[in-house]
Unconditional design. Structure first.
Length: 256
């Protein structure tokens, strides 16, 4: 489907919240409950999309059950594991809202920030995202994960001259029209997806709002494998760096 067709499908003042899920049966129901509690009192036109990626722990059946019980909940299932980034891309393309967001199922970032994100996105901002590495943030996490995160974000800031403190926080919001213009350039289907999105957004001249957050490592039900995922993201950063001239040339020539 072409970009113009996707944009035309958007519903004005409708909010879409995507929850990427892979083997998150232990935390999914509480996640949905808490997200709904934050959004439903003030927003009536919304959907919660469970982007469930070939789970094997019962998440598929639970997501089906939750969607059956609440008309606001949409379940998107993939029979073959595609990766978190690809799951988000597919969900955003099918989302009905003119504002789209995602929040990780382990709620590493509290859903209490959802109303604030929406308010900023209704203004002039194209992207709003949670930051655990902002100087004003207060984020608690296991020491290894914190060290890897600090090292990675400093590396990305240096490599791409990024102005962002935290590229990998588990909550981001977008004007749908804006994210759809970025997605054609995003090639990573896994965890590096976030970094590509934020770096390309800066190259494109989008207006970003980084929100410092207070968090305490959510439900601790994450599927992140610190060393493995960190290594893969550093490798992906080098690959992305090689693509930088091509992407910037395309943006300059208004091909995106």
């Amino acid at each position: 489907m072409h970009l113009k067709q996707e944009v035309c499908k958007m519903n004005k003042n409708f909010i879409s919240i995507v929850i990427p899920v892979y083997n998150a049966a232990k935390v999914l129901e509480d996640c949905i409950r808490l997200v709904t509690a934050e959004i439903s009192p003030s927003i009536k036109d919304y959907e919660i999309i469970i982007a469930e990626d070939a789970s094997t722990d019962g998440s598929t059946e639970l997501a089906k059950k939750l969607a059956k019980e609440d008309s606001h909940i949409i379940h998107i299932h993939s029979n073959k594991k595609q990766g978190r980034g690809k799951a988000l891309t597919n969900a955003f393309k099918t989302a009905r809202g003119n504002i789209v967001m995602y929040i990780d199922a382990d709620l590493d970032i509290s859903p209490k920030y959802i109303p604030l994100f929406i308010e900023y996105l209704k203004r002039e901002y194209d992207i709003v995202f949670a930051s655990k590495r902002h100087p004003e943030a207060n984020a608690k996490s296991p020491i290894l994960r914190k060290v890897l995160s600090i090292t990675y974000n400093r590396f990305i800031r240096l490599l791409f001259k990024s102005k962002v403190y935290c590229h990998q926080g588990g909550m981001k919001g977008f004007k749908k029209e804006s994210i759809l213009k970025i997605l054609p350039y995003v090639k990573n289907n896994k965890w590096f997806w976030d970094t590509e999105v934020l770096v390309i957004a800066q190259w494109k001249g989008y207006k970003l709002k980084e929100i410092p957050v207070t968090c305490d490592y959510g439900f601790k039900g994450t599927t992140v494998s610190s060393f493995k995922d960190a290594y893969e993201m550093f490798v992906e950063a080098i690959r992305f760096k090689k693509r930088e001239p091509e992407i910037k040339a395309q943006l300059k020539n208004n091909l995106g």
